[in-house]
Design a protein around this ligand. Structure first.
Ligand SMILES: NC(=O)c1ccc[n+]([C@@H]2O[C@H](COP(=O)([O-])OP(=O)(O)OC[C@H]3O[C@@H](n4cnc5c(N)ncnc54)[C@H](OP(=O)(O)O)[C@@H]3O)[C@@H](O)[C@H]2O)c1
Length: 327
């Protein structure tokens, strides 16, 4: 079993330095096999969200592992997220309680605000596009409710996702419990140096989503009736491939190691047991300074952003939309 490093978080929690992503993993058999393979291989950190619609299945698998004595709850690090329809002070408790029930857990390790914009709530985690309206949201009021979830013991830590630097700063300046984590899109083509430096200076653990550059993203766009877009194709990048050859590693392993060297926690998603294992085996080598520099040069900035949430058009016009401007 691979030995995984840990990141210390504000509040004393320890986050395993790599996790398993589970977005677009809704096929029950496939996800169950993936989770079992991941836990066998040594993953202890699992990332999900209300809107991935797989918390119940993850809960069933975890409950089997815990009740059979193969794993203790304290060894696991489970993250889930408050959906856009829940970014309102009156809905935080409703959504976290439902996540806990579906995951069959007494507490979460980390609860994140998924996105800084709020939509109306019509009784479902995702408001259907024809009814979707953006609400004026008060992020500080929502954060207060997030803090209350820590007080109530429903989650050990709280954090943010898809917030820009100014939005993180606003929370930091006005909080009682500071965010322990920021989860954002981060890969070799979108390196977000300034944001990462800012978080590290403030002891906020940075978690990288789409750490490989999600080659399946266009499948998702199809499900919401949108055309595919050009993706960064990090796994096929000749520089990445040649570095992979040099270390006798795969391009995926080089992309993940690059983030780990930057003190960032990647959460690669895979439902393929061989890849699940491959993605974990990134703690037995390190990249030299010259290769780190070559990889740093692959940064293309904002243009390489994959997941801009523009698939729900009203979100893009919201005042708190995080990517168009630094609020
Ligand atoms: N907070 C947010 O807003 C947000 C947004 C997006 C994602 N996330 C989280 O971050 C996780 C990871 O991001 P992601 O799913 O967008 O993208 P990703 O992890 O960069 O890429 C996943 C894709 O890469 C494939 N893959 C995995 N390992 C591979 C390898 N070693 N070689 C080649 N291909 C490989 C997977 O295929 P197979 O599964 O078929 O093996 C899947 O198609 C998500 O699952 C989710 O938990 C959060």
């Amino acid at each position: 079993m691979a030995t995984i490093a840990y990141k210390k978080m504000l509040g004393g929690q320890k986050m395993p330095a790599i996790g398993l992503g589970t977005w677009m993993s809704t096929d029950e058999q496939e996800l169950e096999r993936a989770l079992n393979a991941a836990l066998e291989a040594g993953y202890r950190h699992i990332d999900t969200a209300t809107v991935y619609f797989n918390e119940e299945l993850i809960g069933r698998v975890l409950s089997k592992w815990i009740s059979s004595g193969k794993i203790r709850r304290e060894e696991l690090f489970i993250t889930t997220k408050l959906p856009v329809a829940g970014v309102h002070e009156d809905r935080v408790e409703l959504f976290i309680k439902k996540s806990l029930e579906d995951l069959q857990l007494d507490y979460l390790d980390l609860y994140l605000i998924h996105f800084p914009v709020a939509s109306n709530y019509v009784g479902a985690p995702i408001t259907p596009p024809d009814q979707l309206k953006v609400e004026n949201n008060d992020l500080l009021a929502v954060w207060k409710k997030m803090e209350e979830q820590v007080d109530a013991g429903r989650t050990k830590a709280i954090g943010l996702s898809n917030f820009n630097q100014k939005q993180v700063e606003r929370i930091l300046k006005n909080c009682r419990i500071p965010p322990a984590c920021l989860q954002v899109e981060l890969h070799v083509s979108l390196q977000q140096k300034e944001l990462v430096d800012y978080c590290h200076k403030n002891d906020i653990v940075v978690v990288a989503y789409s750490p490989l550059g999600n080659p399946s993203y266009n499948n998702f766009l199809k499900t919401v009736g949108q055309d595919g877009k050009e993706l960064p194709n990090n796994l096929q990048n000749p520089v990445v491939k040649s570095i992979a050859n040099k270390y006798n590693k795969s391009p995926g392993q080089v992309l993940l190691r690059f983030l780990i060297e930057r003190n960032i926690v990647p959460i690669p998603k895979s439902v393929t047991p061989k890849r699940i294992e491959e993605n974990l085996n990134v703690f037995d080598f390190s990249l030299d300074l010259e290769d780190m520099e070559k990889l740093r040069e692959l940064d293309r900035g904002e243009i390489a952003r994959i997941c801009d949430f523009a698939f729900f058009p009203p979100l893009k016009n919201a005042p708190e939309y995080p990517f168009s401007s630094q609020l």
